[in-house]
Design a protein around this ligand. Structure first.
Ligand SMILES: [Zn+2]
Length: 692
């Protein structure tokens, strides 16, 4: 090692609690040399495996590949968690520089012919190697990974493939940075009381805090953070300001200049099509879907179509109710997308006698965090113990030990709940380290380090952070992903935790949302932040009655985005069209209503373009919803939301098994049968005679 390497704290052993990154010593300029050293080390490990004079065996090839590159994993885990949650211009510059470099490394790894020859040989003999089911699965998985990344292509095609992957890495990095730039550039400052009409106290408190955080002392500030913009659109009486904010929110990535994503998205689509054609597929969707439970476009489209027409019909009914409400206020107007949430909230108040401002005091963040921990303990016997002396990368991040019933530490959990300008929007789970029993330590045991990121608007100093019911649902959702990482109990890192097929990955998260909706859980944890009084039964009943309200709107917005995603990735032309025009034409073709808007426009659709994980994959939430709605019914049938026998099967086959079992088989082992679609349709209010 060079002196640089030995003096770089990222490359020294991390002698920190649990092997967390040495956050206090992290500086942007350390990353590039750390990456270079880690890449070189991984390459040397790969060369050694490939050059082994012994014939390929499972241990000297597959287990060894799974164990290789852990330093790189560590540096990458740290780096990409920081660029997501606590970025800076200096880190973003490193990100742009390293993206093609890392992509080139991945291509070199997956196209390493001597290495692939060993995997291929083992794969051909897999029946006769005497492998355990998990070992066989990891062998098949690595073989599949290599083939999908171009290991079997001709040399000229491989060269082009590597170029494409490098360029895609640059473009997807740029795409995410552009969205963040547009989000941080926008500020709507409300200085006059007339501009604040309709805003309840909690919105005023959160936007005052946002203003203070950014040095504005004479106004409230609405940013494009979801936890500002959605409440603003819900409550502001100022139609002109709602329109202005809505236009800013939905035009992210669509401004001429340095942050314009229109050509970025178009080039990504073009390159993905070429990538798919190199593999012999007509479209990127065909290529991507071979690695899913759905398997083919026809399966995805069939599911989306099953909800699309009923959802539109439901949304049309909902719109009539909004129109009528507006009329009752003496307003004759056509409902526009910036009006929908405002009038929906008014209808909710009239019809269900329910308003956000009454609900939120029962959902303080601290109690909701206790709720997710308590549900995890009752289901799986694990405890979350805060470690206040352990510091992470930002003072707002809390660190917890996760302990099994016998007090063994099985994981570490970081909870990063608040919005800030250095964090990307949305909510997500990620890891610093994945669970396995194939580590470099004597017993091989590696415990996971998992982080949950949310973007809740922080309460003013001395005031609690109050969540909406939707926010609480997001907290439960991400925590479900967190449990998928923390409860992972597999041998190989490649099969660990959330490394499952992507239309399975939302099952543990969406399933966990069901416990929030349980009246017993609400009574126990949804307590008024001032009085500690449990949420009244009448309010719980109203929450449940109102559950299906506005589901037409939500389903239309989601499904339209999923259909546009699928259409954009199903294109077979060598050159992708202008994405704005394509989106417009596609929405017209499917008859999307103008009044609802859609969840994500293509110019800021980070699921699709800030990486490839959800490209041709936005449908996965609905796919997984079929599984979560059907799966939760197992607890309903048992008559107890914490039924021990059902919970034990859930842990064994869903939360702990990672990718060690084929997902359909894992689901059947949990449920005793395959999934049925009706509970999902019922959950969304799209079957039966219920009206909203
Ligand atoms: Zn999720």
């Amino acid at each position: 090692m060079t002196t640089l390497a030995t003096s770089n704290p990222l490359l020294q052993p991390w002698n920190t609690p649990y092997g967390l990154p040495p956050f206090e010593q992290v500086a942007p300029e350390l990353f590039e040399p750390a990456f270079e050293a880690a890449l070189a080390q991984h390459l040397a490990q790969v060369e050694a495996i490939a050059a082994d004079p012994n014939p390929p065996s499972f241990d000297n090839t597959i287990a060894a590949i799974d164990r290789s590159g852990r330093l790189l994993d560590r540096i990458e885990g740290l780096f990409y968690n920081l660029t997501s949650s606590e970025t800076s211009p200096a880190l973003q510059a490193v990100e742009r520089k390293m993206a093609p470099r890392l992509a080139a490394h991945r291509s070199a790894f997956y196209m390493h012919q001597p290495l692939f020859a060993r995997i291929d040989a083992l794969h051909a003999q897999r029946e006769s190697l005497g492998l355990t089911p998990e070992s066989r699965r990891v062998l098949e998985r690595f073989h599949f990974d290599f083939v999908r990344a171009g290991a079997k292509l001709e040399p000229a095609a491989q060269q082009r493939y590597a170029q494409i992957m490098g360029r895609l890495a640059e473009l997807t990095t740029r795409f995410g940075q552009n969205v963040l730039a547009d989000e941080s550039a926008y500020q709507l400052v409300l200085r006059d009381e007339s501009e604040r009409a309709g805003l309840p106290d909690f919105v005023r408190a959160a936007t005052a805090q946002a203003a203070a955080d950014r040095g504005v002392t004479d106004g409230l500030m609405v940013t494009l953070s979801r936890s500002h913009i959605v409440p603003f659109l819900t409550f502001s009486e100022r139609r002109d300001l709602r329109e202005q904010a809505w236009r800013a929110w939905t035009s992210r990535g669509e401004h001429a200049g340095p942050n314009d994503n229109r050509d970025v998205a178009r080039e990504i689509l073009t390159l993905r099509n070429e990538q798919a054609r190199l593999h012999g597929f007509a479209s990127y969707a065909d290529y991507a879907l071979t690695d899913t439970m759905a398997g083919a476009q026809s399966q995805v489209t069939a599911l989306l179509k099953q909800v699309w027409e009923p959802a539109k019909a439901r949304a049309a009914q909902e719109q009539q109710a909004l129109q009528a409400l507006a009329l009752s206020r003496g307003e004759t107007l056509q409902i526009e997308p910036w009006d929908w949430r405002f009038y929906a909230e008014k209808v909710r108040q009239v019809r269900y006698d329910l308003d956000e401002a009454t609900i939120k005091p029962y959902f303080p963040l601290t109690r909701m965090v206790e709720a997710v921990f308590d549900c995890a303990q009752r289901l799986f016997g694990i405890r979350f113990v805060e470690q206040p002396e352990v510091k992470a990368y930002h003072p707002d991040v809390k660190v917890y030990e996760v302990r099994a019933a016998d007090d063994t530490v099985i994981g570490v959990f970081l909870h990063d709940n608040f919005a800030r300008a250095t964090k990307r929007s949305g909510a997500w789970m990620s890891s610093y380290r994945q669970q396995s029993r194939n580590g470099e330590t004597a017993d091989g045991r590696v415990i996971p380090i998992v982080v949950n990121n949310n973007n809740f608007a922080k309460g003013a100093p001395g005031e609690p952070t109050l969540l909406s019911y939707d926010d609480a649902n997001t907290l439960f959702h991400e925590f479900g992903h967190g449990l998928h990482g923390l409860l992972s109990n597999v041998t190989y890192e490649r099969l660990s935790g959330t490394s499952v097929l992507r239309d399975f990955v939302e099952l543990p998260s969406q399933l966990f949302e069901h416990w929030l909706a349980e009246p017993e859980v609400l009574k126990r944890h949804a307590r008024h932040y001032k009085t500690g009084e449990a949420i009244p039964d009448a309010l719980v009943a109203k929450l449940h009655e109102a559950r299906l309200f506005n589901q037409g709107y939500e389903t239309v917005r989601y499904t339209a985005s999923a259909l546009v995603d699928m259409a954009a990735h199903a294109l077979t032309s060598a050159e992708a069209p202008d994405v704005v025009e394509f989106e417009r034409a596609e929405l017209e073709r499917i008859g999307a209503p103008a009044s609802t808007g859609i969840n994500h426009r293509l110019t800021h659709f980070q699921h699709l373009f800030a990486g490839s994980g959800y490209a041709a994959g936005y449908y996965v939430y609905l796919w997984a919803e079929v599984l979560d709605a059907d799966g939760y019914d197992a607890f309903v049938e048992a008559g107890n939301p914490f039924d021990a026998a059902v919970a034990a099967r859930l842990r064994q086959f869903i939360y702990s098994s990672g990718n060690s079992i084929e997902p359909s088989a894992a689901y059947r082992a949990f449920r005793g049968r395959g999934p049925v679609v009706e509970p999902m349709l019922k959950q969304r209010g799209l079957v039966g005679s219920e009206t909203t």
